[in-house]
Design a protein around this ligand. Structure first.
Ligand SMILES: NC(=O)c1ccc[n+]([C@@H]2O[C@H](COP(=O)([O-])OP(=O)(O)OC[C@H]3O[C@@H](n4cnc5c(N)ncnc54)[C@H](OP(=O)(O)O)[C@@H]3O)[C@@H](O)[C@H]2O)c1
Length: 253
């Protein structure tokens, strides 16, 4: 799908990969619908996207709140804005301690990283089904391939998202709706700025986003990068459970 002259909805567009996707996709001549909780950042971003700034829409939205998502999707549908591409990118990683599991924090990981994508698909995909066209991309993570140390909530939510998109790809196949899983390694954004452990093969956000945009245009089923991390994640999947646990437990003390 040539990403030009399309209407593209991006969640989590206020910083990092989402904001850079907005910049690169606007430069290609697409109309954007941008969502996040920090509306002031969205406004600043939209003003940067000038001279076509007036064409873009932005909304305050907490993607973990189904009512807020429904209201925005209802507005979009009633306004006859046709969404060609959905990029469900909002996410966060707030950490995890097995010694003292914080249930609210755990639930928040699942609500933002997993349900934050499911809600948009519930409300916007019926219209794509009617049109028999569309592209849905969810931002997962290579951390969803297998359990990661001190990240059970994030890994579990991203793993669920991977299986979810894999399943709906089958259901949407006959409606000509493409489903893409984005599986980044480490990308330099505010999420990784907060992390203290060593992150190998860190990629700049503009390079990572360039790879994502190219993969979306090719309608790839999965866009994963950088390749050394992809190889490590693939090998990790094949390792016996006990050996994998032993190997990983020493990596983040
Ligand atoms: N950076 C990496 O190394 C990496 C690796 C693998 C996967 N990813 C995934 O890439 C995606 C983007 O992350 P990033 O690296 O660009 O980090 P980021 O700069 O922290 O961006 C996260 C975005 O998600 C939004 N968000 C968080 N909670 C939200 C909520 N409840 N409702 C609405 N929006 C919410 C934030 O907006 P507001 O705070 O304004 O709401 C922000 O725009 C995430 O899904 C992340 O898991 C990142």
């Amino acid at each position: 799908m040539k990403l030009n002259n399309k209407t593209i909805l991006i969640t989590g567009a206020s910083s990092g990969i989402g904001a850079e996707l907005a910049i690169q996709l606007a430069a290609k001549g697409n109309r954007l619908v941008l969502l996040a909780r920090r509306c002031e950042l969205l406004l600043e971003l939209v003003q940067q996207l000038a001279p076509h700034a007036h064409e873009h829409l932005y909304f305050h939205c907490d993607v973990s709140d189904p009512d807020q998502v429904k209201d925005i999707c209802d507005w979009i549908t009633k306004s006859e804005v046709t969404i060609d591409v959905l990029i469900l990118n909002a996410g966060f990683n707030g950490g995890f301690s097995v010694k003292e599991i914080d249930l609210d924090l755990f639930r928040q990981h699942v609500e933002v990283n997993f349900f934050g994508a499911v809600y948009f698909i519930k409300y916007l995909v019926p219209e794509m089904i009617r049109r028999k066209s569309g592209l849905i991309a969810v931002n997962g993570s290579l951390a969803g391939y297998r359990g990661m140390p001190k990240a059970a909530a994030y890994s579990a939510a991203k793993g669920a998202l991977m299986n979810f998109i894999d399943s709906i790809r089958i259901d949407l196949y006959k409606y000509n709706i493409h489903c893409t899983l984005i599986s980044p390694g480490f990308v330099k954004t505010p999420i990784t700025d907060r992390v203290e452990f060593y992150m190998p093969f860190m990629m700049s956000v503009d390079k990572a986003t360039h790879i994502i945009v190219r993969g979306l245009e090719r309608a790839q089923t999965e866009i994963r990068f950088p390749w050394p991390m992809v190889c490590a994640a693939q090998v990790g999947r094949l390792l016996p459970n006990r050996f994998y646990a032993w190997l990983m437990q020493s990596s983040r003390r």
